[in-house]
Design a protein around this ligand. Structure first.
Ligand code: CU
Length: 68
């Protein structure tokens, strides 16, 4: 398992936090996502081999937020 941290702009409340978490966790190969509103960081746990960070970033963008 690989852990990656993505910084995401645009999240302002718990609703955003849950939206991003759900969007990221729906991506294939993602086992778990933790969103920290204060640091604006999304910690993503990815399965080895299936990990595709670009898909994760695209899912965040589709949910309406901006990965940096
Ligand atoms: Cu919000």
């Amino acid at each position: 398992m690989t852990q990656e941290i993505i910084k995401v702009e645009g999240m302002s409340c718990m609703h955003c936090q849950l939206r991003v978490k759900k969007a990221v966790e729906d991506v294939e190969g993602v086992q778990r996502a933790d969103v920290n509103l204060q640091t604006k960081q999304v910690t993503v746990e990815l399965e080895e081999g299936k990990a595709n960070l670009e898909k994760v970033r695209a899912a965040i963008r589709e949910a309406g937020y901006e990965p940096i």
